[in-house]
Design a binder for this molecule. Structure first.
Ligand code: ZN
Length: 72
């Protein structure tokens, strides 16, 4: 696992281990490093218990939006 995370959307680099693990970008405030399936398994698997409540809510919201976009 790389020790840094570079956001594909805005290019911000994070050294935070949680950001690296979950592909989280604090600038975008999104899980920009995860695809739909990875985000879904994260939410379904309760792995988000490790991260803050705000990010858990964001993950669920982001997943719902991605699924809507894919259907729409
Ligand atoms: Zn970003």
């Amino acid at each position: 696992m790389p020790s840094t995370y570079t956001c594909p959307a805005c290019g911000q680099v994070s050294l935070h281990p949680m950001d690296v693990k979950f592909g989280w970008c604090s600038r975008c405030e999104a899980f920009s490093g995860l695809d739909d399936e990875q985000l879904a398994s994260l939410v379904d698997g309760q792995e988000l218990a490790e991260v803050s409540l705000n990010r858990q809510r964001q993950a669920v919201r982001e997943l719902a939006q991605r699924r809507l976009r894919r259907q729409g």
